[in-house]
Design a protein around this ligand. Structure first.
Ligand code: ADP
Ligand code: GN1
Ligand code: MG
Length: 355
């Protein structure tokens, strides 16, 4: 393990000395150092961290001025990148070890499990507002940090290649899941086709809208700040909406193995959608609006095939905690896909009632 204190010395961290107490003998000072987050960027996945940090710097600066104009608190409502002493956005120790520092956002909480409908409504407002505030950000200024991240048909191609190669001899263990994935592949190109034809717009999207990528106010429970901006790229609003509900409206964790526990909760969908549309209703074009329920199915399917592909490739992408973890995750996501499909018209009705 490298010396992380040495890493921290590279960053411009404010440290103020303030006289402390009322002692009559010694000179006493309190060293006030701003609380920060240190992250090592995963350079296996994000191969160009400098470009990634350029995206984050541009997006957060843009948000900062929007938040200020709206009378908000930019130190709380968006991430603040702490520069290195030589003015860079990250510190490259070597090719595997690249670090960044953000100011710590105080008095907030993360929600991992046990989300309430109220949490989901606030998450919808948070992600919707994030998209709305970035509506006039110049999309072409952004680097693609992971190529074709939500290009579902290319994800299907990657799965087919993994099946053909069967690198670690797991194909036979995943027959049912492979069949489900390939049988369902027909709908994979719906969103990308519409983007490419110009029926729906490319927007600045977050692309990883898990509920734990929002910080909530500790007291009020309101969404304070959208974090984890590594995948902010040009994309579709549908990706963010669908991905948030993939986990947000599941009754179980993403890797729950008891599939009877894995269901799509339409009331959770309603709660999130209510929050999301309160921000985005006037911005969405009709095709985006019509595809909201479908997007949840699509993103859940995409997530399932990504887990399955990684399983067949020998677990090289997602961290695993047990041998068949990625297969279990894929199974879980496919169970959810089937459940979402059976509820799609009900979800459509919920959306119509909110217009
Ligand atoms: P990962 O990409 O590994 O998911 P995140 O950027 O989401 O990493 O950070 C992991 C966790 O650290 C978050 O869920 C949140 O709890 C906490 N966190 C990250 N950034 C901040 C911050 N600026 N202030 C307070 N907490 C933070
Ligand atoms: C990864 O880093 P984390 O846990 O927020 C992944 C997402 C997946 C998610 C599945 C860059 O997100 O795309 O949906 O796992 N992020 C990346 O849990 O691949
Ligand atoms: Mg995260």
């Amino acid at each position: 393990m490298m010396d992380l204190n040495k890493v921290m010395e590279q960053f411009e961290i404010e440290a103020k000395l303030k006289p402390y107490g009322n002692g009559h003998i010694n000179d006493t000072y309190c060293i006030e150092t701003s609380k920060c987050i240190l992250q090592r960027i995963n350079t296996t996945i994000f191969t160009d961290p400098e470009k990634l940090m350029e995206n984050i710097e541009n997006v957060t600066s843009f948000l900062r001025s929007k938040i200020t104009q709206a009378g908000g608190n930019p130190n709380r409502e968006t991430l603040t990148v702490v520069k290195t002493k030589d003015g860079k956005n990250c510190y490259r120790y070597d090719d595997e070890n690249v670090f960044r520092v953000y100011k710590f956002i105080e008095n907030t909480k993360s929600i991992e499990f046990d989300k309430t409908y109220e949490n989901l409504c606030h998450a919808g407002i948070g992600f919707g507002r994030f998209q709305k505030m970035l509506a006039d950000f110049p999309v072409d200024k952004l680097h693609e940090t992971i190529a074709d991240f939500h290009h579902t048909p290319k994800r299907v191609e990657a799965l087919k290649q993994a099946i053909a190669e069967d690198r670690v001899g797991r194909k036979a263990l995943a027959e049912a899941e492979i069949r489900f994935a390939l049988d369902s592949a027909l709908f994979a190109d719906t969103v990308i086709d519409k983007l490419e034809k110009g029926d729906i717009p490319y927007r600045v999207t977050h692309n990883d809208t898990k509920i734990n990528n929002i910080l909530f106010d500790e007291k009020t429970g309101e969404a304070v700040c959208v974090i984890d901006l590594d995948t902010v790229m040009p994309g579709s609003a549908l990706y963010d909406f669908g991905d948030a509900l993939r986990m947000g409206a599941s009754t179980a964790a993403e890797d729950e193995v008891d599939l009877d526990k894995v269901r799509f909760d339409t009331a959770a969908f309603k709660a999130f959608t209510k929050g999301y549309l309160s921000e985005m209703k006037d911005s969405l074009v009709s095709d985006e609006f019509a595809l909201l329920p479908f997007a949840v199915k699509l993103m859940t399917y995409e997530s399932g095939i990504r887990f399955l592909t990684d399983y067949l490739n020998g677990d090289t992408y997602f961290k695993i905690h047990r041998e068949h973890h990625n297969l279990e995750r894929a199974r879980n996501q496919f169970k959810l896909v089937a459940d979402i499909e059976s509820k799609e018209s009900e979800l459509q009705k919920i959306c119509m009632q909110m217009m």
